[in-house]
Design a protein around this ligand. Structure first.
Ligand SMILES: O=c1ccn([C@H]2C[C@H](O)[C@@H](COP(=O)(O)OP(=O)(O)OP(=O)(O)O)O2)c(=O)[nH]1
Ligand SMILES: [Mg+2]
Length: 142
């Protein structure tokens, strides 16, 4: 599938290996930024995309940054809607003990393109029976 993208830097998000699910996304910064421990920063990427209806882009953390430096995404997983035409930004948080510097072009997150379903609700007072029923939150043990 071919998807339109505008990129301020000319660099596009890219799969780093053949089997990568996510394309690494880079920071687009005039000056480096430093995120202090416990702080967050909305990092610009300089890209905007035009996804077809029925697709979303999921913005996920990079595990290397998480494990080495405690860097995560404030919103867990970011959702890029198919009708969003603005710049994609990454809400990053520093859970680690050291200040974390981000420079222009650093690979700060990854983007997975996924299909989704749109549904219609059938409002009801009865749901189908299952073995699990309303058991959850560890009811099978840990
Ligand atoms: O990590 C993210 C998450 C969202 N967005 C952009 C694209 C997305 O389509 C839009 C709205 O995101 P979301 O629906 O998660 O935020 P909201 O708080 O519900 O805002 P809105 O009322 O604009 O939908 O913001 C990003 O650039 N990065
Ligand atoms: Mg929303």
């Amino acid at each position: 599938m071919i998807v339109k993208i505008k990129s301020e830097s000319g660099i596009l998000p890219a799969y780093e290996t053949d089997g990568s699910a996510g394309m690494d996304v880079r920071a687009c910064l005039k000056e480096p930024v430093c995120i202090m421990p416990g702080d967050r920063y909305l990092v610009p990427t300089g890209i905007a995309i035009e996804l077809p209806q029925g697709y979303e882009a999921q913005i996920r953390a990079r595990s290397g940054l998480a494990v080495k430096y405690g860097i995560g995404l404030v919103n867990g997983v970011g959702t890029i809607d198919s009708d969003y035409r603005g710049e994609i930004k990454i809400p990053m948080i520093n859970w680690g003990p050291e200040p974390f510097e981000i420079k222009n072009g650093d690979r700060i997150a990854q983007m997975v393109i996924a299909k989704y379903e749109k549904i219609k609700w059938e409002d009801t007072s009865e749901l189908g029976e299952t073995t699990r029923g309303d058991g959850g939150f560890g009811h099978t043990g840990v």
